[in-house]
Design a protein around this ligand. Structure first.
Ligand code: CAA
Ligand code: NAI
Length: 690
């Protein structure tokens, strides 16, 4: 009894043994934990004074899964699978006491226990698919036996956890603790002993293994997961639970896991997992810097972005005031928000009363004085510097001292905007991505004078709103759009040289992006870029011609593609083809057939090149931050790990050589490899070592 090792403790309460793990922050099942648990279990197995065992965790959560940092390293016994088998074959009852998030291997461990007691707020799930994996410690065999294959597959393929109440209803947990969790689990164990309840091994159950409806459910769940290996493996493993004996199903699950964990996709997804967490760590912030209050907010401008941002607040349960210049515009904005929510309710994504609760968080107002005592104000008015400066000068006058003042500008100089106030230390950029209530990325723009606590407050806000933050510096387009601009230039060149919009589109979709550059521009509105180009004296020959012909994208039913009313399906348009051919002829460009490989190289490599310059300029801190921006802001396929990670996989010497080739062929010197790429390539290093 007592400390087994630094992470695991064994104590007794009467004849009940309690094994408690304390491995902050999330009780990952690292080797020391597994070894300690195995040792503790061995001791109590042979101890006649112990009648039952409770497995619990200290700190904020039950085991949140295997230790992801150990993947790819040589395995160390006992494996999680071995330890889990030892639990299941214990001759005395083992009760898991679940709190926080019992995830992955942690939940699989609990499934092998004979009984499960959960705290009211506990959540259980198998999120391995998000790491490009399947549950590799029996989850695909045990969960279907408890909840049926269809529900198990849904949990495994989506990775979405369920709460304690649902878990109780599904028979996944046996009891929800009324008060103290460990105390309840001990009392439960005593009752099991007193009632002489038989040990319930999930592996022995097959009453729920009904195949009906499984194939359809599998097809529906995996339809939109193009390109990913893990979901198909999840389906195969769960199907095995129905057709193979338990031990064979387990063996097959383990083989599938080993294959996935060694594969490129899981490596890429694990990179993104850690990059996302790293991105929230900002250099130069003094230790212990505290965020300011964030109890209520105000959003200025009820347009496309302002409305979406107000919804983010409402979704997070933070009251928000939405401010416009007139009652008419305000009502339009509020109506659009209500329509958005109604559409979600109609799709079954939100309960009606929840919609009402969220709408109740949004108060409309006219005039900037309504910011009142808001802790955070986000400005989302038109993209015009003079207007933004006026709004910030007004905010300086009316916002309460210490309020975080944020601009949602997508291109303008945050320092210049901050300069129109007497409190630039309170000003940051919060660059949401459209649609703001859906896209997970938040680029936090740190101005030259943004205070460390303002940055920390913006990071906290991101977390409260369920966003993934990346802190970036001030430059035109920040990180994401600055790279995107490079892609747009090349995409247009491809059209001139012979590719059709649909060829460019399908090459990108095939690569794994949700849409290609032209469908994306059609969605955002071609007129937006046209206005910006005009104000900067820039040109995009084909896009300018399209705009002059009234092709503004989906909003006018025609852009690079044609759209039928009420549909987002992009249809090739002969008039666009004609405009491209005319422009190419006018410029004397000889057209040729261009294959998908060249299309991807020509659009993606210049973006990576710009990413390298962004690192050189210190606008992004780490290559991983850029990857996070592309995965969460633009739908870059997570299984390719983000553009900078992708570049490392290809090898920087290859990237350098191809960029040099395209620069020489086109004469465009901006395509020359960035100094950082040349240097890293010469040293045979990758961005990962930056
Ligand atoms: N292994 C190693 N480290 C982990 C980890 C894990 N499973 N889960 C989280 N961490 C680390 C994070 O990297 C982070 O480290 P830093 O503080 O150094 O950045 C720290 O723990 C805290 O994590 P979060 O910032 O994410 O904390 P949170 O409170 O926001 O979220 C969480 C907690 C919900 C548990 C979240 O961390 C999470 O989803 N973790 C991953 C869970 C998971 O995928 N489990 C399955 C693992 S694979 C598996 O188990 C395979 C199998 O079948 C055997
Ligand atoms: P929008 O034109 O849809 O909305 C702007 C709204 O601001 C309008 O409703 C207008 O009436 C209102 N407004 C103007 N002056 C105001 C004032 N003084 N007080 C209160 N309201 C005022 O524009 P959108 O697309 O929402 O863009 C807003 C900001 O977000 C811009 O800075 C834009 O660059 C940025 N952005 C836009 C993205 C997009 O995809 N649309 C993406 C990311 C950022």
């Amino acid at each position: 009894m007592g400390n087994i090792n630094a992470s695991v403790d064994l104590r007794r309460d009467g004849r009940i043994a309690i094994v408690t793990t304390d491995n902050p922050p999330v009780n990952a099942l690292k080797h020391e934990v597994r070894a300690g648990l195995a040792e503790a279990l061995g001791q109590v197995r042979d101890d006649d004074d112990v009648e039952a065992v409770v497995i619990a965790c200290a700190g904020r959560t039950f085991f949140a899964g295997a230790d992801i940092t150990e993947f790819g390293r040589p395995p160390q016994a006992p494996s999680l699978g071995e330890f889990i088998a030892a639990i299941e074959t214990m001759p005395k009852p083992v009760v898991a006491a679940l709190h926080g998030t019992a995830l992955g291997g942690g939940f699989e461990l609990a499934l092998a226990c004979h009984f499960r007691v959960a705290a009211a707020g506990a959540r259980v799930g198998l999120p391995e698919v998000r790491l490009g994996l399947l549950p590799g410690a029996g989850g695909t065999q045990r969960l279907p036996r408890l909840v049926g294959p269809e529900k198990a597959l849904k949990m495994i393929v989506t990775g979405e956890p369920i709460g304690a109440v649902e878990a109780l209803a599904d028979g996944v947990v046996d009891e929800i603790a009324a008060g103290d969790l460990t105390g309840s689990a001990i009392a439960f164990a005593r009752r099991v002993v007193a009632d002489r309840r038989p040990l319930r091994r999930v592996r022995d159950r097959d009453d729920k293994l009904v195949a009906e409806g499984f194939a359809d459910a599998a097809a529906a769940l995996t339809r939109r997961l193009r390109g990913r290996e893990a979901p198909a493996a999840c389906v195969e493993a769960v199907r095995n639970a129905m057709i193979l004996p338990f031990d064979e199903g387990l063996k097959r699950e383990s083989e599938l896991f080993q294959k996935l964990v060694a594969g490129d996709q899981s490596k890429a997804q694990r990179h993104v997992f850690f990059a996302e967490r790293e991105a929230a760590k900002v250099p130069g912030i003094p230790m212990g810097t505290k965020p300011r209050a964030l109890a209520n907010g105000a959003v200025i401008g009820a347009g496309t972005m302002g409305g979406g941002i107000a919804m983010c607040f409402a979704n997070a349960g933070i009251p928000v005031t939405l401010i416009e210049t007139s009652n008419d515009l305000l009502q339009k904005g509020l109506d659009r928000i209500a329509a958005n929510y109604r559409a979600t309710v109609a799709r079954g994504g939100l309960a009606g009363d929840e919609m009402d609760r969220r709408l109740g968080q949004i108060t409309g107002a006219v005039g900037i004085d309504a910011v009142g005592d808001a802790d955070v104000v986000i400005e989302a008015v038109f993209e015009e510097m003079a207007l933004k400066k006026r709004v910030f000068a007004d905010l300086d006058r009316v916002a309460k001292p210490g309020a975080l003042l944020a601009t949602n500008t997508s291109t303008l100089d945050v320092d210049e905007i901050a300069g129109s106030t007497s409190r630039p230390q309170d000003v940051v950029g919060t660059h949401f991505f459209s649609p703001a209530n859906v896209m997970r990325l938040l680029e936090i723009v740190r101005g030259a004078k943004s205070g460390p606590d303002a940055v920390v407050t913006a990071l906290t806000l991101a977390r409260l709103l369920g966003k993934v933050p990346a802190v970036v510096g001030v430059c035109y387009g920040f990180v994401g759009n600055r790279m995107l601009a490079r892609r747009s230039v090349e995409a247009e060149r491809l059209l001139l040289e012979g590719a059709s919009p649909q060829e460019v589109e399908s090459a990108h979709v095939e690569f794994g992006l949700p849409m290609g550059p032209f469908a994306m521009m059609d969605l955002a509105g071609l007129d937006v870029g046209w206005l910006i180009r005009k104000s900067r004296g820039e040109h995009a020959v084909i896009e300018d011609a399209l705009c002059e012909a009234g092709h503004f994208g989906q909003k006018t039913g025609i852009g690079y593609f044609r759209y039928q009313a009420g549909s987002r399906a992009a249809i090739p348009d002969p008039e666009v083809e004609r405009i491209i051919l005319d422009t190419a002829a006018r410029l004397g460009v000889t057209r040729r057939k261009i294959g998908p490989e060249e299309i991807i190289e020509r659009t993606v490599f210049p973006m990576i090149n710009e990413g390298a310059r962004i690192l050189e300029d210190g606008i992004a801190t780490r290559p991983g931050d850029i990857d996070v921006i592309w995965v969460y802001g633009y739908g870059w396929p997570v299984w390719r790990g983000g553009p900078m990670y992708y570049a490392d996989r290809l090898g920087l010497p290859h990237l350098r050589d191809r960029l040099t080739f395209y620069a020489e062929r086109s004469g465009d010197q901006s395509l020359r490899p960035a100094a950082l790429i040349s240097r890293l390539a010469a040293e045979n290093r990758g961005f990962a070592t930056f």
